[in-house]
Design a protein around this ligand. Structure first.
Ligand code: HEM
Ligand SMILES: *[C@@H]1O[C@H](CO)[C@@H](O)[C@H](O)[C@H]1NC(C)=O
Length: 338
């Protein structure tokens, strides 16, 4: 009797302590909330959705561009809209970094949404939040999962060209190095494999897959008639000589390029991943752990959708204390407020 009473006391004391611990270690400061704009701008989420609907309907590539843009925002100083800043006297933009230039897009979609929100509720909705919600809507609009988006990010007054160079993974980087970049951001190996599943939509430039299609593609894909036909098609899009057709495009999921499904993982099982970094998750000799995750998502699309949703929330949760202390809500996503 007295034992259980004692236990009850302990729980009452422990619960608030555990809660306090978890809200500082897992979440940013201050924590993001689902109803952040509920009274200050109740139509915000709806406006983003409507504009994303138009954008994706007019060109499904826009969904891929917005998802990639959100990822590239969050891996540099956290999700703070830093990727959206243009070059100025005081800003060396992230968009001009090698991994980003000639690759990122969707900026005008964000501008359009921002303009509408500034006339609806001026100075309230951050560019970082707009991009995060837009990435969720983009996913949903091409057939992917829905998830609730925690909100309340602030926009940075700085960009980091340097971190854009060092933090973002590249197509010819080895698996261990890419895993390290995700771990550094607080994302696990499972998060990495699930998030890379975003490559089920969108296109890559020849310069990012040339060494793969003239390198080990044949070895991983084998020489069945379908793989051979696919490879010769890729080679016609992307000539062997560096500097020729560098920006020519091919879908990373050539079966269903604009459908958010788990075909990307099937292609890895077939050895037909377009990017070397993607195929390595299945084929590298160091891929023991990632290979199992790839197999799971190839076999179970629902497991992929559930993990993708959770991992996207984790990606969107990457924030720095500075962004809340020194950040602002930009009027124009391309420039800091004057
Ligand atoms: C795991 C490490 C990753 C690497 C090495 C990587 C690399 C790349 C590369 C090289 C491209 C082609 C870019 C171009 O040629 O312009 C690309 C495109 C893309 N990436 Fe990733 N990526 C990774 C993870 C992610 C993640 C986590 C997401 C989002 C959750 C993402 C979303 C996209 C999308 C949607 C595209 C297509 C964009 C378009 O159509 O232009 N990627 N990625
Ligand atoms: C993301 O952050 C919110 C609030 O800051 C928190 O409630 C949630 O558990 C976090 N989610 C993940 C998957 O980290």
């Amino acid at each position: 009797m007295s034992g259980s009473g004692h236990l009850w006391c302990c729980l009452v004391v422990l619960v608030p302590v555990l809660f306090a611990l978890s809200s500082t270690s897992h979440a940013g400061y201050p924590p993001l909330t689902l109803d952040y704009y509920a009274s200050s701008c109740p139509t915000a989420v709806e406006i983003v959705r409507k504009e994303m609907e138009c954008a994706v309907l007019s060109d499904p590539r826009n969904a891929a561009l917005i998802i990639q843009l959100h990822f590239h925002d969050c891996f540099v100083q956290g999700c703070d809209g830093s990727v959206l800043l243009d070059d100025t006297i005081s800003i060396h933009s992230e968009k001009s970094a090698p991994t980003n230039s000639h690759s990122l897009g969707g900026f005008r979609i964000i501008d359009r949404i921002k303009n509408i929100l500034e006339s609806e509720c001026p100075g309230i909705v951050s560019c970082a939040d707009i991009l995060t919600v837009a990435a969720r809507d983009a996913t949903l609009l091409v057939g992917g999962p829905y998830w609730d988006v925690p909100l309340g990010r602030k926009d940075s007054k700085t960009a980091s060209y340097k971190l854009a160079r060092t933090n973002l993974p590249t197509a010819n980087e080895n698996l261990g190095s890419i895993i390290t970049k995700f771990l550094t951001q607080g994302l696990s190996v499972t998060d990495m494999v699930a998030l890379a599943g975003a490559h089920t939509v969108g296109l890559a430039q020849c310069k990012n897959f040339r060494s793969r299609i003239y390198g080990d593609f044949e070895a991983t894909a084998g020489n069945g008639p379908i793989a051979e036909a696919h490879l010769s098609n890729l080679r016609s899009v992307c000539p062997p000589l560096e500097g020729t057709g560098d920006e020519n495009l091919a879908p990373m999921d050539y079966v269903t390029p604009y459908l958010f499904d788990n075909t990307f993982y099937h292609l890895l099982l077939e050895g037909e991943g377009l990017l070397s970094s993607d195929q390595e998750m299945y084929s590298s000799i160091l891929a023991a752990q990632t290979k199992e995750v790839v197999k799971r998502y190839a076999a179970d699309p629902i497991a992929f959708f559930e993990q993708f949703s959770e991992s996207m929330v984790k990606l969107g949760n990457i924030t720095t204390p500075e962004s809340f202390i020194e950040g602002e809500v930009r009027k124009n996503c391309r420039f800091i407020n004057t």
